[in-house]
Design a protein around this ligand. Sequence first.
Ligand SMILES: [Zn+2]
Length: 167
Amino acid sequence: MSSPFVFHIGDLRSGRAEPRDISSEVSVDWHLELSKVLPEPVLRFSLELSPIGGGIAVLGEIEATVAHTCNRCLDEWQENVVRNVAQLITTDGDEEDDYRLVGEEFDFENMVRDELMLDLPLVPLCTEDCKGLVAEAGSDLNTDLSEDEVNESSPFSVLKDLLDTGD
Ligand SMILES: [Zn+2]
């Protein structure tokens, strides 16, 4: 089965070729340490391919939903990410080029992934001043419990009960 990222674009080598739009919807499994592209809703991309001297200009848009985990408090949230693409596929370049057309088909997977992933935060934070899990837990674990729960589980309340009984 051919990849939904692979398109036959060899004819665009010709300067006389008409610009062409391509688009696709793909379920991907790409992730960084704390951010991942969700398989649903699917990633969409639509690109306009225009023959220019020595290559094919690529202009368009990528849209995907990314789930982030806060680096401090581990909270998770989702973000609809839209990226504009402005790239060049060389047709007479060498292996130094990022994107090069060899043969008739081009696999857009690396381009789409790079454009989408390179702008994602390496250290996502739910808010700029997130105090984080460590700070919250370190301050006092018991603040999450109601006062009654604290009293019931406290060794001092047990001792107090014993003393009360002793009277
Ligand atoms: Zn956070």
